[in-house]
Design a protein around this ligand. Structure first.
Ligand code: C2E
Ligand code: CA
Ligand code: CA
Length: 707
């Protein structure tokens, strides 16, 4: 059995061993032992107490380490390792242990910083005191300080450097004396450094600090944090330039390593997304706004299959080989290649590439990848698809550019892979709108964004309005008034057509119930379009019955328009539904007749009352149409057929008087089209319905509309 005392004992022992060699400490080993023992006990108590204790005790422990001159960061690392490994035996939760470790690191860092500042202040004061003949004291601090110190005269000539600085730079202190500080210049110096030091020398500036690189005598590089200040005598006259140099090489390397890790892909060594975006943002922020920038965004074709069939090891090797090829393509000023993730890469062309140059680069990439890649005695060739985007720097936005490139990449894939596609804003806009519309559809109904317009259908014999077709519109908050062609298809795909169709039906019935019989005939019927999908709804009949009941509209005044495709093929159950509706006294119209299967024999079986001849057949009868003969024969045949089956015929798309007259002559019963009236909102419809018919049945309802 081991008790808590034993655990403390073993922590203290391991700890002593671990940090023994990490720092030069003036304690005897017994003293150090006691110190660490005491802290291990305190840590154990804190861990068991929990709450804020572990953090607090940890910070104290960190401070104590520095106070005991364990100031080498290795001491901290060793301490943290010991507590990570043996800490659990001290009791307490894992969270408490984490708090303790966090406290140790925080306390240590704070203490170290304080010590450094104190040291530097002491040096500065000592140097300051040097003018008071207390040369000895200055010398003592100067030579014993663990930090590099250099003194130069007002002309910039080095007077003295201490041993620490000489050691840091790998030279003897004598080497420096009498040399001008400018000789220490390095290409990596911050641009303002020498001007700022001159300012300090001239007394125009009190203090300057910067990170500065030195090359050691052995050619290696040393990074220091330099603090420069001027030393004045008792009369306030400037005497020396004092430079304090702290070795930050390790810290900087660590930082650079971390930064490299954070900005590069570990597999291929290429810059990653983060670095790519940083780079892109920098260019967009600094380059000439009129210059052009381009992206080639590529994705390997069939990479998933490689991974699945040959394994990830082969997949990884392939990615590395691809990365090498791409890096070679990008080995030119202004180009950068990055791995965006998976098998997606991007090449940035910041060399003023216009569209032609950008697609040329894409060709270059495709050619580079096409050459077989050999590894493990195997030869593989890869193909890729590339989306190319080219834009002026002004007005470009990083994520927008990448999104555009990504969209374009998929065009390239769709067009058959192994090729590039160039971004086209118009094409993208229509696709984006389709997507946006589809996403907005479900909520649009709840938000009341739909309206219904009404278009009269006129009797070609009497000129009376026989019926009115309800046509839905979407008042989209961003895109304005949308015609059904933009969204009915999407509504069918997403199923929104079911509630939307129900809503249109209710609206139309309620509206139609208000229309009154005129002096010359009965109140018009209302035609409502029924999507295929709706005819598959179980409750359709019930819902329609309810809408009629609620509005008070008699079933005879409701016409449901269905397309041929909705009724061809009885197995989907549309036919019985239509038969049931017809049995309720509702009329059925076959919409767009002639555009679907046009199975004339089938027409016989349909419970339809009206055939609407599609505008594509009636268009040939418009004034000035060159070849009207065939269309006339088709319309004539359709009229004969429909009449033979006891159905009435409505001609669609009637745009002028000649067309109306010809269709009347061919025996069409009624017609719908802009010649008579366009689809209008319900309030305008009332005016159209009240108008006296012209008598010949062929006149427009409202002449102003044609203007
Ligand atoms: P449709 O049922 O064939 O409706 C006739 C379309 O032709 C309407 O277009 C109408 O505005 C247009 N039109 C009328 N006269 C003329 C003319 O003289 N010349 C020309 N060029 N066009 C004319 P709209 O309103 O854009 O509707 C398009 C289609 O959207 C409709 O074709 C219909 O299939 C569908 N639709 C409209 N509302 C609904 C609805 O509530 N439910 C369902 N399922 N579909 C609807
Ligand atoms: Ca229709
Ligand atoms: Ca139609």
């Amino acid at each position: 059995m081991t008790g808590p005392g034993d655990a403390v004992e073993s922590v203290a022992r391991a700890w002593t061993r671990a940090i023994a060699d990490t720092s030069y400490v003036t304690y005897t080993s017994a003293e150090a032992d006691d110190l660490l023992h005491e802290h291990a006990r305190a840590a154990a108590a804190a861990l068991r107490a929990g709450g804020l204790e572990p953090g607090r005790v940890g910070r104290e422990l960190g401070f104590a380490l520095v106070a005991a001159h364990y100031t080498d960061p290795q001491s901290l690392a060793a301490t943290l390792v010991v507590y990570a490994q043996l800490g659990p035996a001290l009791g307490g939760t894992a969270a408490a242990l984490a708090d303790l470790q966090g406290g140790i690191a925080a306390g240590y860092a704070a203490a170290l910083r304080e010590t450094t500042l104190t040291q530097q202040e002491a040096i500065r004061t000592a140097a300051f005191a040097a003018r008071d003949e207390s040369e000895a004291r200055f010398r003592a601090v100067f030579s014993a300080a663990p930090i590099g110190i250099g003194l130069a005269d007002l002309g910039g000539l080095v007077v003295e450097v201490n041993q620490a600085l000489a050691d840091m730079l790998g030279r003897s202190a004598e080497d420096f004396r009498g040399r001008h500080i400018r000789e220490l210049a390095q290409p990596t110096d911050p641009p303002e450094l020498w001007g700022a030091l001159d300012d300090v020398l001239r007394g125009e500036r009190d203090f300057y600090a910067a990170d500065k690189e030195f090359s050691r005598s052995d050619g290696t590089s040393l990074w220091t944090h330099l603090r420069a200040t001027v030393i004045r005598d008792e009369l306030g006259r400037r005497r020396f330039l004092l430079g304090l140099f702290e070795d930050i090489t390790e810290r900087r390397t660590m930082h650079l390593n971390l930064r490299h890790q954070a900005t590069h892909d570990p597999l291929t060594g290429l810059p990653n997304r983060t670095l790519f975006f940083e780079h892109l943002e920098e260019i967009l922020g600094t380059a000439d706004p009129d210059a052009r920038i381009a992206l080639c965004y590529l994705d390997l074709d069939g990479f998933k299959e490689v991974n699945d069939t040959l394994g990830h090891v082969v997949g990884d090797k392939l990615l590395i080989a691809v990365a090498e090829r791409l890096a070679h393509c990008a080995d030119r000023p202004g180009r950068l290649v990055a791995r965006m993730g998976g098998d997606e890469f991007v090449m940035l062309l910041a060399d003023g590439a216009d569209a032609a140059a950008a697609t040329e680069a894409a060709d270059e990439i495709l050619a580079a990848l096409r050459r077989p890649i050999g590894f493990d005695g195997r030869e593989m060739s890869v193909s890729a698809s590339v989306g190319v985007v080219e834009h002026s720097i002004g007005g470009a936005h990083p994520t927008e550019l990448v999104r555009a490139a990504d969209i374009t990449l998929y065009w390239a894939k769709n067009e058959g892979k192994g090729r590039w596609a160039l971004f086209d804003a118009d094409r993208s806009a229509s696709e984006i709108t389709r997507y946006t519309l589809s996403a907005a559809l479900p909520g649009a109904l709840e938000r009341g964004e739909f309206t219904v317009d009404y278009q009269p259908i006129v009797d070609l014999g009497t000129g009376q309005v026989r019926a009115v077709e309800a046509l839905v519109r979407w008042r989209h908050p961003d895109f304005g008034l949308l015609k059904p062609d933009r969204f009915i298809g999407l509504a069918e795909e997403t199923g929104v057509i079911v509630p939307l169709g129900r809503w249109v039906l209710e609206q139309a019935c309620a509206e139609a119930a208000k229309w009154e019989a005129g002096p010359h005939g009965p109140a018009p019927a209302v035609n409502v379009n029924l999507a295929v999908r709706q005819t598959h709804e179980r409750h359709l009949v019930e819902e329609i019955r309810k809408a009629l009941e609620l509005s008070g509209l008699p079933p005879e005044r409701l016409v449901l328009e269905v397309t041929e495709s909705a009724v061809i093929g009885t197995e989907d159950g549309s036919l019985p539904v239509l038969q049931e509706l017809a049995a309720h006294g509702i009329q059925i119209a076959i919409d767009d007749f002639g555009t679907g299967y046009s199975n004339l024999a089938y027409l016989r079986q349909l419970p339809a009352h009206i055939v609407k001849i599609d505008a594509s057949f009636t268009a040939g009868l418009r004034a000035g149409s060159p070849d009207s003969h065939v269309d006339e024969q088709i319309v004539s045949a359709l009229v004969t057929l429909a009449h033979g089956l006891g159905m009435s015929v409505t001609a669609e798309g009637v745009e002028d008087a000649e067309q109306a007259a010809r269709l009347a002559a061919l025996g069409c019963d009624s017609a719908q089209g802009w010649y008579f009236a366009r689809a209008v909102p319900p309030d305008q419809l009332t005016g159209l319905l009240a108008r006296e018919p012209a008598g010949d049945g062929l006149s427009p309802l409202d002449r102003r509309q044609r203007a």
